[in-house]
Design a protein around this ligand. Structure first.
Ligand code: SFD
Ligand code: AMP
Length: 627
């Protein structure tokens, strides 16, 4: 049990505060260090874990999913913008996507320079998985990217294993962040002139498919708990696309990636009767025109066609690995060449998982799955909030001066609507398909702008001692609640005076699953269900004050789940506000089953007022950058 009276308050003063240590934060660190040196500024980075292996890339990756190839003339920025616009069913901030697209190759070239092995063909050209994706030997991807960030900032400016709870406000400006160590009894106050939020997306807001011991097994990392969303929501930043969740189709139960199979190996997925849903259900795509007719078919529509098969009793769905491997091998030439190619493909298939989803390789081994001999089951995962992949949720940020205007521009790239608060990676919204490389590039963009903001505006945040004391009390309260009550029952995990973080999480997940379109309802919801979800969320919010935590680790869990709860509320309110179904395959509103371009080809933005607890919602027009 942790005694809160022993908690020391540590104050750290800095110029630029980078929150998170993932892809966007590491990009930010490298860029900020360069500009900070020129301007004599201090940069501090805070990660809840260890930067070497934190965030979504902790296990490594087997592909870099965004590479535009501008130098070689492979593609144009407009090509990438078109791809993202189509994949998001028309709803995207093209200025933000273009800004990342014009910088992303630079990040990829840096990765290679720092030692990341990118596959090359006989002529020395990058091996593409698909049009935008490069194959890598990425087991140590994060370690390599982290090393550069750490070298740039210096160990003395990096705080690891410090969990950030929320913003430190100076009136309506962001003046830093508040958090605590998950190893020592320390409460942290980070005072900063500018703050860059890059604490990833949100996992485990919905009930996962995994249960029991496997509960933590998810596609995206369960330790990304909605800290970015909570931070920006509480700071009063306008949020966008909170309805645009992502549901990835993955190899079932261990969440192995499908990209290499579909794109590199050109595999098909078929239903239990051998039918190819992408072919058999093509006419359905007409209902979602013009996006249903584009190539590639948007990710949510690919999901949707598969889910229609499942709803008709045609599951399980299988990736036809054996068919794809045999086809490529036999095209290699005579029997000897085919055999050699088969061995090569077998190795590549296993490596694809070993590079980024080791547990999928273990599951294949444990189930005697030889991909060259038999197909393997795939399924839609549970919903995730991830603005950097094929979802779009995040803060509403300013675009760059040369590409953005009107409602899309207010001075500094990637600054949210709160002064001094910048966002990148999963934390910034409406600019999907940045993935690992684009998140790194966006971190660089945001950090450069944040330094410029500090130099131009010379902010001098003021802190109020009473405000800090109150915030400290609130953040540490779960420890006190537990300590005061844990001896009142024989089993401390069951106690009428507090709720444990895990039980709280189960309650959140159950209501989101059943009312907000989780796995149980085949991703279907409706107005009445969403209203019920809001009622239950309100009661959960009241009970959040009764969270109990036995130690610093549980204190982190307590706050992670409160962060998830706010992400959940933003999501439910946004789906309810958008009176149409635009992304079937991600979610379906049964009471508004059609897409309505006339009224809803707009962004749904939301804003929370932490003083009144009120949310406001509004539509913002989608303005194309390219015709
Ligand atoms: O194909 C706090 N991603 C893929 N990207 C690719 O480019 N190629 C792939 O092959 C990809 N695939 C993939 C991917 C992710 C995962 C999990 C798998 C497979 C299995 C996506 C990218 O990884 C993703 O887009 C970026 O990493 C996003 O970057 P960023 O910086 O927004 O998030 P992060 O890297 O997860 O970092 C978050 C950081 O925040 C810290 N943090 N720190 C302090 N206080 C708190 N409260 C905090 N909460 C979180 C984290 O520790 C971390 O450092 S494929 O299969 O899709
Ligand atoms: P994934 O492994 O599913 O995350 O996919 C990696 C990349 O390939 C992402 O950019 C996906 O959008 C893309 N992708 C995956 N499957 C397909 C597909 N069937 N058609 C087009 N693009 C795909």
């Amino acid at each position: 049990m942790t005694d809160i009276t022993n908690f020391q308050t540590v104050e750290v003063e800095t110029d630029l505060l980078i929150l998170g240590g993932g892809m966007a934060a590491c990009g930010a660190a490298v860029e900020a260090a360069y500009w900070a040196k020129k301007n004599g500024l201090k940069v501090t980075l805070v990660d809840k874990a260890a930067v070497d292996r934190s965030g979504a890339v902790a296990m490594g990756l087997s592909a870099i999913n965004q590479y535009v190839g501008l130098k070689d003339g492979q593609n144009t920025i407009q090509d990438y913008v078109n791809y993202v616009r189509n994949d998001l069913m028309g709803i995207t901030r093209e200025d933000l996507v273009a800004n990342i697209a014009r910088h992303v190759d630079g990040s990829v070239h840096l990765f290679e320079k720092w030692g990341l092995p990118i596959w090359k063909d006989d002529k020395g050209a990058y091996v593409h998985e698909g049009r935008w994706q490069l194959m890598i030997n990425g087991e140590s991807y994060k370690v390599i990217v982290a090393e550069a960030a750490k070298n740039a900032l210096g160990a003395e400016n990096i705080f690891e294993r410090v969990f950030i709870v929320g913003p430190l406000m100076d009136g309506d400006k962001c003046a830093g962040a508040l958090g605590f160590s998950v190893r020592e009894s320390k409460f942290y106050v980070f005072k900063a002139k500018a703050t860059l939020v890059a604490m990833g997306g949100a996992v485990h807001v919905f009930k996962p498919r995994s249960s029991g011991e496997g509960l933590g097994r998810a596609w995206y990392p369960p330790w990304n708990s909605g800290s970015s969303a909570y931070f920006t929501i509480q700071a009063g930043a306008e949020m966008t696309c909170q309805e645009v969740r992502f549901i990835p189709v993955r190899f079932k139960d261990a969440y192995g990636p499908v990209g290499a199979w579909f794109l590199l190996f050109k595999s098909r997925a078929t239903n239990a009767f051998g039918g190819d849903y992408m072919q058999e259900r093509k006419p359905e795509l007409e209902n979602w025109a013009p996006y249903g007719k584009v190539k590639p078919v948007p990710a949510n529509l690919r999901n949707y066609l598969m889910l229609l098969d499942c709803a008709e009793g045609k599951a399980p769905i299988s990736m036809r690995t054996e068919e794809a491997i045999q086809k490529i091998a036999s095209a290699a030439g005579d029997e000897k060449a085919a055999k050699k190619k088969l061995k090569e493909l077998e190795a590549e298939a296993w490596e694809d998982f070993l590079d980024m989803t080791v547990s999928q390789a273990l599951l294949w081994a444990g189930t005697n799955t030889a991909p060259e001999q038999q197909s393997s089951e795939i399924a839609a995962a549970e919903p995730y909030f991830i603005g950097s992949h094929s979802g779009a949720s995040g803060a509403w940020v300013s675009g760059p001066k040369d590409l953005a205007s009107g409602e899309y521009f207010w001075g500094y790239d990637n600054m949210s609507t709160v002064k001094g608060l910048f966002c990148a990676g999963d934390a910034s919204g409406a600019s999907s398909h940045k993935f690992s490389s684009g998140s790194h590039a966006e971190g660089r963009i945001a950090a450069k702008a944040a330094v410029r903001y500090i130099v131009d505006e010379k902010p001098s945040p003021k802190l109020d001692a009473a405000y800090l004391e109150k915030a400290r009390g609130m953040i540490l309260q779960p420890l006190k609640t537990y300590a005061d009550n844990c001896n009142k029952t024989t089993d401390p995990s069951v106690n009428p005076n507090y709720i444990t973080p895990k039980m709280f999480m189960f309650r959140l997940q159950k209501l989101m699953d059943e009312y907000a379109g989780g796995v149980t309802t085949n991703f279907t919801t409706s107005g009445p269900n969403l209203k019920r979800a809001l009622e239950l969320l309100q009661m959960l919010k009241e009970d959040a004050e009764k969270l109990g935590a036995k130690d610093a680790h549980e204190l982190m869990r307590a706050w992670e789940n409160q962060q998830r709860m706010y992400q959940a509320e933003a999501h439910v309110r946004s789906i309810l506000f958008r009176e149409e179904t635009r992304w079937p395959g991600y979610y379906f509103r049964s009471d508004k089953p059609k897409m309505d371009d006339a009224n809803w080809k707009v962004f749904v933005n939301s804003k929370y007022d932490s003083k009144t607890g009120e949310w406001t919602m509004r539509k913002v027009p989608v303005k194309p950058l390219f015709a």
